[in-house]
Design a protein around this ligand. Structure first.
Ligand SMILES: C[S@@+](CC[C@H](N)C(=O)[O-])C[C@H]1O[C@@H](n2cnc3c(N)ncnc32)[C@H](O)[C@@H]1O
Length: 260
């Protein structure tokens, strides 16, 4: 087997200016210019080998995607994955995805306030020791960075196999006064459609029969307004159904049974 040295990896990355961004701070405030359109930008922080973000880009050409990780070797693997996904779709180009070398600690140096619309945190390192809590990507100090980078439709989608990280994160989102929704303690039992795209880690854990924990945090003012409107209209529809059943002489509970 041929071993790939660090020098080889960086040379491979440097040649892929159409897909790989090694100095993301240079694009601060200009990411839409880089994509060449005004479509929303969704980013996965800690993309690993890039399976999730590559497939999401292939499935949703109307969205601009970024996959960020700290390690060159992961960016190289991610670039191969992304090109494979688009090749299968008959394209030699990857039109809506850039892979970014960066540390989440420096998010504010890479993105202008409101430049992103969605942040995916997939299977972030759990850092189980309490003395390392500040390194968890759902710590309130990171949530502050995310809030700044997200726009009025901004959301965070978070999934993990770690119960302790999920518990910590629920408290952290709550302490940061973030509205949460679609909380799941076993994602694949609930069959949430949008998340049928699995990450590498997720595929492994699902194969082992482990539950996947997931939540969405609604951050931007417009996202919160739309969420509240949806909840209110669901409540209204449910009340209307209950009233109709009562009028028809059926128990109001029957409506809920029908919906279950
Ligand atoms: C457990 S892996 C998950 C990879 C992928 N999201 C998945 O679900 O398969 C966590 C990834 O986050 C990256 N990571 C951890 N801390 C990071 C940071 N501060 N900035 C950027 N990437 C980070 C690691 O390099 C690693 O690739």
């Amino acid at each position: 087997m041929r071993l790939r040295g660090k020098k080889h990896t960086i040379e491979v990355l440097e040649k892929q200016t159409d897909l790989v961004i090694l100095e993301p701070a240079k694009w601060k405030g200009r990411w839409h210019e880089l994509f060449g359109n005004d479509r929303p930008i969704h980013i996965e922080l800690g993309m690993g080998k890039g399976q999730f973000i590559s497939r999401m880009s292939g499935n949703n050409p109307e969205i601009n995607y970024l996959g960020m990780d700290m390690y060159d070797e992961l960016l190289r693997k991610g670039s191969e994955k992304a090109r494979r996904v688009w090749k299968e779709k008959g394209s030699d180009e990857v039109p809506n995805l850039f892979l970014v070398r960066g540390n989440v600690e420096l998010l504010g140096e890479m993105f202008e306030d409101g430049e992103l619309e969605r942040i995916y945190l997939n299977f972030s390192d759990p850092w189980p020791k309490s003395k390392h809590a500040k390194r968890r990507l759902t710590h309130p100090r990171f949530l502050e960075k995310y809030k700044r980078a997200l726009n009025e439709k901004g959301e965070i989608h978070f999934k993990t196999d770690s119960l302790s990280l999920f518990e910590f994160s629920l408290n952290s989102f709550s302490d940061s006064l973030l509205q949460m929704r679609s909380i799941s303690l076993d994602l694949h039992r609930d069959e949430l459609r949008e998340d049928l795209v699995l990450t590498e880690y997720e595929a492994k854990f699902v194969g082992q029969g482990k539950p996947i924990y997931r939540l969405e945090a609604v951050i931007g003012s417009e996202a919160i307004r739309q969420h509240r409107e949806r909840v209110a209209s669901e409540l209204k529809a449910s009340s209307a159904r209950a009233a109709a059943r009562q009028e028809a002489g059926l128990s109001a509970d029957a409506d809920d049974d029908d919906q279950a």
